[in-house]
Design a protein around this ligand. Sequence first.
Ligand code: ZN
Length: 370
Amino acid sequence: MTLTIDGAFDGGNIAVVGVGHDSAELTIRHDSNGPWFQWFYFRVRGGAGRDLTLRIVNASLSAYPDGWNGYRACVSADNETWRRTDTRYADGVLEIRHRADSDTVWFAFFAPYDLARHARFLGRAGRNPAVAVKAIGRSVDGRDITALSLGEGDRQVWLLGRQHSGETMASWWMEGALDRLLGGDSVSAELRRIARIHLVPLVNIDGAARGNLRGNAAGIDLNRQWHAPDPHTAPEVAAVIAAMSETGVAFCLDVHGDETIPHVFIDGCDADPLATRAQVAGVETFKAVLLKASSAFQTAVGYPVTYGGEGAPGMCNRAVARRFGGIGLTLEMPFNDSLEPPDPIAGWSPAASSQLGRDCLDAVLAALTG
Ligand code: ZN
């Protein structure tokens, strides 16, 4: 019996070129209407007890082919608990090898976070009387863009996730951040006392549904639109800016994953030549406190120096800092693993992402009060 392979579910992405008894040739689909691809998420059925060899034959044409070097694919027997499996990248092909212990096995670029889990997250938050849940706008496909707000203070903090839909680590980060905010330790209590915190955990909700790496349904890179978002092709960004305009922004952290760099790092608005002294100081304080709060964070490695040239004015951290005068930051987490320190079993994981979400709150508080 040959294997059955598909990605015909929420967030799925794969195309089958050929399939046999224990192997398959596969390709990753392009983002809908966009040029990028790298996110894959599919299930293999009928392989129990076999040593599977799955070859993604268009890997070298993906958005960040350097990210495949040393990469290990995520695998799950239940679509809930994920680990890494034997993967090699050679001659332009990403080859995943895995012993299937169950009839159905799931594979993904990173531990997925689908719309059903997002809905459960919003539902859980909404049952807490301290959290206001609000649809701040609609996506290209007509889905709600949802913000969660809590805290009694007047300093406005915005935490954004998954402008790039395939960067699911941002969703796991959001779970950790909100759990801690609701948990009542001294840092989160003080943050809620002095600030109003707004989380937009899934900005690119259409991309998440469609299995896109980066673009929204219109094929737009949302993190290049913040200086002047087109309300028709980038309504997700226009919605967040409109909501921000009602509150102002003292601090904005935009959470991402980086396909190639094996570190957690920050890119801040301090790199903007127009940054004020207070913005530069805020970025410095955030980084200094996060270094103490999180063993996964480091400052030695970041974007290559060439990064952020012509696209920089449209990046959230730059544009929001310019427009509202607050501190703007991008947080990047790795897809494969962080070297501070590596995790040979899980790689960079939902648990690591969630812990970083918790740890970042120390740094948010310090940046607001420092
Ligand atoms: Zn990103």
